[in-house]
Design a protein around this ligand. Sequence first.
Ligand SMILES: [Zn+2]
Length: 450
Amino acid sequence: MGKKLLHNPGLTFLILGFVLVISIFWYQSAVRAYDVVIDGRVAAQVKDKQAFLQALQERKDYLAEQLGYEVTELEKIELRESKVDPELLEENVQKLVLQEVELGTEGYRFVVDGEPLFAMRDKDKLESLLEEYKQQYLKHIDKSAKIKSIEFKQDVEIKKTLVKPAEFVDVEAAKEIVYAKEQEATVIEVNEGDNLWLIARRYDMTVDELERLNPDIDPERIYPGDKLVISPFNPKLDVVIRMENTIIEPIPFETKYQKDNDLYLRQKITVKPGVPGKKRVTYDIALVNGLEASINIVNEEVLEEPVTRIVKVGTKRTVSRGGSRNYGVVQGTRVSSSYGWRTHPITGRRSFHDGIDIAARYGTGVYAYAEGKVTFAGWNGGYGKVIFIDHGNGLQTRYAHLSKIYVSVGERVDTGEKIGAVGSTGRSTGPHLHFEVRQNGSTRNPWNYL
Ligand SMILES: [Zn+2]
């Protein structure tokens, strides 16, 4: 039946004619108009091109006056001639402009790892804000250090682009975004009797980590009430500083012992005192958000060789207790800090260490340097548990940070007598013996006495 109908030429002609008549009827009722094409999409149709363009210009002028700067279209606007049903025409061109046309101006978008954070009109203000943010981490760095670079760890970009006025932020708002923290730092307070070693143990960290997180503290001088960071704050923007710093450091001298049959048992005579040498050490340092991330020695230059101390000994049985790492008054593992001035490679802070620190296992025996009389035995401030021994002729030795004391004030001790045990009391970073020598009240390099 359908096949028959299509094969009927008369009927086909009739249908075509009908379509033609409808088309003509529509064309006559449609009017000439314009498609308003925004960013490739027909947003509306208007009758009067000029009226639309005028409404657009009026809107721009109005905004320019309100904002104080010229604005332009953010998207491409085209007016294309078209035919349209008059009922679909947009009569209110002002409303059309207001609703469909985005206006804006040139600005600078701050983009971090591809994510736009905010936009500012003034590029200089944005740049100086970022510069100020980076510079904050230079405050605690040695002024004489050579700063090689200060950069954001993130991929940071200042993109020149068209921006809607509402997107612009002022300096204060921008600051808040740039200085935002993803996580606050955890800060604890030092208690009575605390030291770095105990605090590190309590928070399951190492003394090194604790010192790294608190570059401004002197590890041997922390007091109750002091605040310590145990986990750093995590900013949205990380700053990496690469720097080089050159520091003069002491080179400890060695001691040579010469047996001498003319000397009595236990008698020691320094024939030639030792003098520490000097070296110039250059460190290559990387800091992330002001905290040490890596530190390496890149160059070492000896400025003055140390002078070896020569000692005549009348016997093997002095305070020496044998073993390869014998530091005379204690069986230590290494010298963790020597006598004299030290300079912190990052902060440049100078401090004087008035003894030597010999790292040793907790509880290791501590022995009297020579015979003498105990003048102090007990707790004494930063020393923690400490013993002072007077050897006569203005010579005094001190043994600090002990865990146990076996002698009492007034007691006479013999050379090599066990007087205490290694600990970490007072201002101490870990189990070690702080051994100090004083001659007529002023400190001496203990290496000239051991
Ligand atoms: Zn010390």
